[in-house]
Every structure is written in structure tokens, then in C-alpha cells.
Design a protein around this ligand. Sequence first.
Ligand code: NAG
Ligand code: NAG
Ligand code: NAG
Length: 293
Amino acid sequence: MANLRASCISFLLCFTTCINLISSHYLPENHVALFIFGDSLFDPGNNNYINTTADFRANFYPYGETFFKCPTGRFSDGRLIPDFIAQFAGLPIIPTYLQPGKRKFTDGVNFASGGAGALVESHQGFVVDLETQIKYFNKVEKSLRQELGDAGAKKLMSKAVYLISIGGNDYFTKNSSVSDEEFVSMVLGNLTVALKEIYKKGGRKFGFPNLLPLGCLPYMKAQSGGSCIDELTAIAKLHSAELLKTLVKLQNQLEGFKYAYYNLYQSFTERLNNPSKYGNSENGLLLLHERFK
Ligand SMILES: *[C@@H]1O[C@H](CO)[C@@H](O)[C@H](O)[C@H]1NC(C)=O
Ligand SMILES: *[C@@H]1O[C@H](CO)[C@@H](O)[C@H](O)[C@H]1NC(C)=O
Ligand SMILES: *[C@@H]1O[C@H](CO)[C@@H](O)[C@H](O)[C@H]1NC(C)=O
């Protein structure tokens, strides 16, 4: 365990420090930063640095055992979707916003927090909600302007890609008596406010996964004696359909706004139903995301 820990730490240090040493203030013309927001699907360990409970953390084994060789705070045994996207984009692992120490923001930064929703009420007091993530983003934008100048920062912000995974926790914690339709429009209303804030700072390229079949996640099924909670999956589907409409609307409203909408629902369901086809034994997928938070 001690050796595992040591190699893990040097590995992580290399990802952050070595990259810092290699790259200077010079940004190549095709440099694209990655800014990441959302919940546990994207959280690289921000919750390690807030006052929360173990339920909202993934800083223990078996999390982290395959790729990083130690629990980084990712709700996964290996890497998360944004880690792969960063790799394919030729970027280093994107820094965790709340991790203490000198941070470099020119490759982007990850603000996601396990358990977070678009609504402030969702797991309030235990997570960094979307509005607060946007506040942190605004601070980063300010510091990039100091580093690169207004024009340099604007260029970086407008070429950057913004990945956002949000909504699941709002539906997990929905306890208000408003209709599903009204609740979804509240969630998407708050997401829209966040998107417009990013747009105002220059953000143009956005990527979203839709919501998972929330009621069929093994964790939820276990709570309901093995069967899916159909109402929960229904509201997730409603959210996803309305999210797509919202994005089309924003594209018509905001000049230059572009989005990618990824059908995670479908690919997740496919893996859930055929784990062995994807190299997962039994409930392998579950290691990937034991508890949706
Ligand atoms: C963290 O939260 C606990 C429980 O809510 C509280 O008792 C404690 O004072 C908090 N600590 C800090 C540093 O805010
Ligand atoms: C759900 O209930 C809790 C406790 O009663 C409350 O604090 C919270 O604001 C409610 N959430 C929503 C979304 O209304
Ligand atoms: C954002 O969410 C709050 C509840 O947290 C709600 O009262 C408000 O109407 C929502 N805003 C929008 C623009 O939908």
C-alpha cells in the first residue's frame, strides 16, 4: 500500500508539475483549454477540499485503483470522461480547482463537485453547486486576464471547450410538490443562467452528456428491492429532451453558440445490459460509478 501510494503521488505530481515546467506562457495557435463543470461524473476530487461527508467523497479504495493507483477523489476506478477528452485533445490532466497550491489555468480547470445540482438546494451544504462553480470560473477568468491580458484571455475563453454534466442530483433530491415539467424547467432555467454567464466571458463551444437512466442505476435499484424506479428515469428522460430543446434555442439566440449533445443514456444502458461485451465482469460498470453522486 505504501509503495502504491508513493507511485501514485509521483505520478500525480508529474502530471501537474512536469507539465508546468514543459509549457511556458507561450500558447500555441491551436491551443484549446477545457473547462469542466458539474457533478460526480466529472468531479476529479474537488470534494476532498470542502467540508462534506464521506458520502460525497471518493477518496478511498477501490476508487482510483486502476489508472491513478490511488483514490484521487474521482468516482471511478480509473479515469473520467473529461480525462479521456483531455488526453485526446493533447492536454494534460486538467487541474482540480480546489486543490491547494499553485495552479495553472491555461489548459483549463475542473470545477465539478460530486453531488452537485443546478439548483442550490440540491445537497446544499455538502457540495459546490453550479452557481458557485460559475463564481469560481469568473475568478479564473479574472486571473487569466491578468496573466494573458484582456485579448489573450478572451481568445483562450472563446476557443475553449466547456463540458457540463448536471441535473441528476436535482432529480435525486426532488422533494418539492411542483410538477415534473415545472421542476425540469427550473433546473434548465438555472443551467441556462450558468451558460449565459460563460458565454458572456467568451465561451462558445459547449458539450453535454444527457442524463443516465437514473431509476435503473444499481444503487437506486438496490434501494427499491431490485426493480427500477420508473418515475425517476422518466424525469431524467424529460430533462434530456428539454435540454436538447434549450440548446437549440440558445444556438438561435446567442451568436456563435455551439454545442455537442452526447447520448450517455444510450451508451450507459448498452453497457449496463451487456457488461461482458465491454470488458466488465458482473457489475464492473458499477466500479466505474458505484454510487451516482
Ligand atoms: C463542517 O461541518 C460540520 C457538520 O456540519 C460542522 O460541525 C463543522 O463545524 C464544519 N467545519 C468547518 C471547518 O466548517
Ligand atoms: C427539500 O427538503 C429539504 C428539507 O425539508 C429542504 O431544505 C430543501 O430546500 C428541499 N429541496 C427543494 C428542491 O425544495
Ligand atoms: C433557479 O432555481 C431556483 C431554485 O433554486 C428557482 O427558484 C429559480 O426560479 C430558478 N431560476 C430559473 C431562471 O429558472
